[in-house]
Each structure stands twice: as structure tokens, then as C-alpha cells.
Design a protein around this ligand. Structure first.
Ligand code: GLU
Ligand code: ZN
Length: 280
């Protein structure tokens, strides 16, 4: 049946937590936003485990995550975890290397600090030390995107955030980000971009703390010929002191609240109101 011309295609959203620690309230909000945007548009809500973070990844947490989502009253479709997709990351990285868009970087964190790196939007901006020297094959190397070369190839790019509006791609606050880690065939940026494309995600929903990462992801989509989704970066929850709620600062894990007998659907309802600026 033909779709009415003015009706947008049903969105495909996702919640993609890393099993490095238990889910907390901020994750609950991300999952609810993604879930509700999919449901409101008659689309699909996907759940993906981002489990390539080597030693920090604890596979047993995935089951607790599923229980947390069900407790919040959400229904989802689970798509393959990142650990099953390493070959696709490696293939994309090889293609970018073959085009001269990546360069190896053997710097350690302390070397980057010692090289006088400036603070950027996400930690230090890599000062480009390895871009201008021959690789040292005796040291493990990460591979960085040559941002200047990449953008010279793509030309100006834009992306669209549902709340913040159109954004011109600007990598100057990020520098040459790592796309292939020393210990893994991909970094977060490469893996998530490929996964969202492979899963057919059309509306990338996540917290505003990952807003700047979308500049990198949009660049990768252009370089790799991937479909371009829209984004929805939601407001982050803040504690009573106005500080971002992070698991590190002792906000209770969802699993703890669930096991303590709290009503998860009620909590979800409160988070929805809070996101609308109603309620506390
Ligand atoms: N795995 C990331 C995290 O748990 C989220 C990735 C994303 O939504 O793009 O922080
Ligand atoms: Zn380096």
C-alpha cells in the first residue's frame, strides 16, 4: 500500500548500553525516550549490547539489563551484540586505511599530555604527533581518523538533531579521533556508526553527553557511504545539586531498585514527566 506523501517513515530507534556496569536512572531515561519515540511513530525500538570494551565488559550484565527494561514496562527487539560484528569493523577500517584516511598512533596517554595537547570537547585534542612521523612497528598502534583529510574528501556536511536543529559538522573540537583501538578492531565511534547502519536505525536517540560524537559519526557515514539517520539527543537527568547523575556518584542502579520491590512502570512514568519539565 502506498504511504501518504506527508507521513514520515516509522522511525527505528535503539538503546545501546555498554555492559561495563549496572544501568542507572540516566540509562532508564535513554531507553524510555528511544522506546517512546519509536512507539509514537509506529516504528521499532531496538536493543543492542555494546560489549567490545574488552576487560571492562561483563557479559553477565546483559541479562540484568533485559530484566531492567522489562521492569520499566518496555518491549524491544534485540539485535546482535557488537562482539559478533568485529569482522565488519575490521573491514571498514581496512577500507579507510587503504584510502589513506587513517594513520597509526603509538602515543600513550602521558605522551599525549606531555605533547601539550589542548582540552577539547571530549578530553584532550590529539596534537597530531604521529601524523608527521614514520610509524614505529615495535609499538602497538591505534588508528586515528585524519580529520582534515576526511573533511576535504567529504566537503561540508550537516546533520539534524530533532531538538537542537541542523548542525554543521565541525571536528575541530574533537581532533583526530581514534577509530581503531590498540586492543580492538574498532573504537566506539566506528562500531556504533556501522551498527546503527546495519540495524537500519533511522533515529539515533541518546543523551546530550554524546552530542559531539555525532559530528564524527556523520563524517564516517559520508566516508563509508552509509545511510544518514536523524538524531535525538535528550536532556540529561540532573541530581538535586544540578549535577549530572552518573553511576559513579552513587545514583542507585536500576537492578537495586527493581530487587527492592519498587514499581518500574511508576518510575518510568516519573521519568517521562521529568523529561517534559513536569514533576520533580
Ligand atoms: N554504549 C554507549 C554507552 O553506554 C552508548 C552508545 C550510543 O548510544 O551511541 O554510553
Ligand atoms: Zn600518536
Amino acid at each position: 500500500m502506498a504511504q501518504a506523501m506527508d507521513r514520515p517513515a516509522p522511525p527505528v530507534t535503539r538503546f545501546a548500553p555498554s555492559p561495563n556496569g549496572q544501568l542507572h536512572l540516566g540509562h532508564a531515561l535513554s531507553a524510555i525516550v528511544a522506546h517512546d519515540l519509536a512507539r509514537q511513530g509506529g516504528g521499532r525500538f531496538l536493543f543492542r549490547i555494546e560489549d567490545i570494551d574488552g576487560p571492562r565488559s561483563r557479559p553477565e550484565l546483559a541479562d540484568a539489563f533485559r530484566r531492567d527494561l522489562a521492569w520499566l514496562g518496555l518491549e524491544w527487539e534485540e539485535v546482535p551484540a557488537q562482539s559478533t560484528r568485529l569482522a565488519s569493523y575490521a573491514a571498514a577500517a581496512e577500507a579507510l586505511k587503504a584510502r589513506g584516511l587513517l594513520y597509526p598512533c603509538t602515543c600513550t596517554r602521558s605522551e599525549i599530555e606531555a605533547a601539550g595537547a589542548r582540552p577539547g570537547l571530549e578530553g584532550l585534542i590529539y596534537p597530531g604527533t604521529c601524523k608527521h612521523r614514520p610509524p614505529d612497528p615495535s609499538r602497538p598502534a591505534a588508528w586515528r581518523l585524519d580529520a582534515a583529510k576526511a573533511l576535504a574528501e567529504t566537503g561540508p556536511l550537516v546533520w539534524e538533531d530533532a531538538l537542537a536543529g541542523p548542525q554543521a559538522v565541525d571536528l575541530s573540537g574533537l581532533g583526530d579521533v581514534v577509530l581503531v583501538r590498540k586492543d580492538l578492531p574498532a573504537s566506539y565511534h566506528l562500531a556504533v556508526t556501522l551498527d546503527d547502519a546495519a540495524d537500519g536505525v533511522t533515529l539515533v536517540t541518546r543523551g546530550a553527553d554524546l552530542f559531539t560524537a555525532s559530528h564524527v559519526h556523520r563524517t564516517l557515514q559520508a566516508l563509508l557511504g552509509l545511510p544518514v539517520p536523524r538524531w535525538h539527543h535528550h536532556r540529561l537527568l540532573t541530581g538535586p545539586d544540578g549535577e549530572k547523575l552518573a553511576k559513579r556518584r552513587g545514583s542507585p542502579a536500576l537492578a537495586q531498585r527493581r530487587e527492592g520491590g519498587e514499581d518500574g512502570r511508576m518510575l518510568a512514568a516519573q521519568l517521562r514527566l521529568q523529561q517534559l519539565g513536569i514533576g520533580t
